[in-house]
Design a protein around this ligand. Sequence first.
Ligand code: COA
Ligand code: MG
Length: 297
Amino acid sequence: MRPRRSVLYVPGDNERAIEKAKTLAADAIIIDLEDSVAPTNKELARQRAVAAIRERGFGSREVVLRVNPIETPWGMADLHAAMGVVPDAILVPKVSHAGDITGTAKVVNAADADPRLRLWAMIETPMGIINAREIAACAPDPDNRLVCFVLGTNDLLKESRARSGSNRFAVVPWLAMTLVAARAYGLDVIDGVYNDFNDDLGFRAECEHGRTLGMDGKTLIHPSQVIPCNEIFSPSEEEIIWARKIIQAFEEPENARKGVITVEGKMVERLHLVMAKRVAAIAQVIAARSQIEEPWF
Ligand code: COA
Ligand code: MG
């Protein structure tokens, strides 16, 4: 179990930001070669990203490399660079069809890439939303290496001509569709970014919103977003205590054969036990992580 609460984008050509990322409490870092890098800087960004991943200075953070689409002049070189240094995952941008994942996986498998290398998929086009189920359905085949969806809400707003704001009224159906598609096939889902990184209250509200929708975490663009994001996507003290109570209650010998019991006046079923065990497991990983002697906690 890997918490993916805070997933920070860092432009691949920004050496200073890459260094800074090594000191931040983000669960994952996405080193970006795509949208945040100008065409004139693509090669430089690739070189810097490769050097940073090769150095392995990111501690327990997951490291993900976002490549350019395979059909662009940089896509193939990005993929091969990734296979050379083996980040935890390659983030495939603008995934619109299952073939975008199976095609990438074929290239990766043909090159005999390290079996630990995973694929994450950006869901950020209208076609990607329509095909979210077919894309997610790639996951059960281990050859496809797919483990996680990332929402690209800026691209979705651009392509759809919808407006953001108003509690993401226009975007919620797409987020929810993507979420259930992902869950149907056991994938994690990370929410899109909040552009106004000076607006702490607005950011927190959007984190809460994403968590309510079922997101595992949120993609971030600025260091200031990491701590509040971790806070909101971690199980609260109250949730952990409640989870422990449920686990304890089902451990009582008299409840061993019961499907449904009462805990503090509330109906609790075995499905709640499954949820409680997940909360307890995530809380344990987070607690263990915060004890690691790293500058970021
Ligand atoms: N990751 C790590 N460090 C970052 C960072 C990031 N995403 N964004 C900023 N920083 C660092 C800066 O380098 C600076 O470090 P310093 O104290 O060592 O000088 C510090 O945080 C403060 O940065 P600040 O001056 O507030 O921001 P900025 O003007 O340098 O950068 C952005 C603003 C938006 C350009 C920058 O945050 C950014 O590039 N974010 C990521 C964008 C991205 O990847 N988009 C693609 C996906 S949507
Ligand atoms: Mg995008």
